[in-house]
Design a protein around this ligand. Structure first.
Ligand code: SAM
Length: 252
């Protein structure tokens, strides 16, 4: 039985604030993703996979745009999955799976997705695993369906400017933390660990991610476009770009 969370909406709101401190243009990338889904959608309700979906941020926005969407959300974090379950209820199939394992696809309820959408997550995977995952994701899409991956993806033609943009963004973030404007990643988790409904899930989460995070690896956009082409997608390109982040898109 899934755990009961009294106020998932409040936790979602604080999650959004915490993430927006890293990604001030976070909503822009979600809008770009959903515009792309709309562009390729066929007459049936879109079948969408929210990959490493956490609390369900993308799913919640997808349901606002496509209320009849058939959604699957995959993640490994028990605390975030409990929040996603509480927010999405029966509007999504929630799947616990580890993307580092190629057999994660066995846990999915469907194939033939119209779109796989993922944000700020795949930099947790090492290079060889991410190339394998791109191939697996292509197989999960219907012909003409698309994958959008929004993440930290510097523009390798702007190395010096990217360094300066990142330093500026970090200083702005530090000032907001110092002023108590938003919770940091660590504070958000400390806060969640104090909540009686989330405490045991956060403990399980810390056992899964003992360092708080997997290793992080953020290659430039050109790396992703090469890997997506290698995986056999027919069209690959940059859908959105902001600072050192981008959303790459790949059409099967
Ligand atoms: C920063 S969060 C982003 C969540 C959501 N996409 C959003 O934008 O709010 C990164 C997510 O990736 C998930 N994740 C990291 N490694 C994973 C893995 N090996 N398998 C499944 N999910 C993973 C984490 O549990 C977390 O929910």
């Amino acid at each position: 039985m899934s755990p009961y969370i009294t106020d998932a909406a409040a936790w979602q709101e604080s999650w959004d604030r915490q993430q927006e401190a890293y990604l001030p243009d976070r909503e822009h990338r979600f809008t770009a993703m959903l515009d792309a889904v709309e562009a390729v959608r066929e007459t049936a309700p879109p079948r969408l996979l929210d990959l490493a979906g956490g609390t369900g941020t993308i799913s919640l926005r997808a349901l606002r745009r496509f209320p009849d969407a058939e959604l699957t959300l995959v993640d490994l974090d028990p605390a975030l999955l409990a929040l996603a379950t509480a927010s999405l209820g029966d509007r999504a199939t929630i799947v616990t799976a580890d993307l580092t394992r190629p057999d994660w696809v066995d846990a999915l309820p469907h194939r033939g997705y119209d779109a796989v959408l993922t944000a700020t997550a795949l930099h947790w995977l090492p290079a060889d695993r991410l190339t394998g995952l791109y191939t697996e994701l292509r197989e999960l899409l219907r012909p003409g369906g698309l994958l959008v991956n929004a993440d930290h993806m510097p523009d390798d033609t702007l190395p010096e400017l990217t360094k300066r943009l990142l330093a500026k963004a970090e200083a702005r973030r530090a000032a907001r933390y110092a002023a108590g404007a938003v919770p940091s990643w660590a504070q958000w988790w400390e806060h969640a660990a104090q909540d009686p409904e989330l405490r045991s899930l956060v403990e399980r989460r810390h056992a899964i991610y003992p360092t708080g995070h997997s290793q992080e690896w953020s290659p430039p956009v050109s790396w992703h476009l090469g890997a997506l082409s290698e995986a056999g997608f027919t069209e690959v390109g940059t859908l959105w770009r902001g600072g050192a982040d981008a959303a790459v898109v790949a059409v099967r």
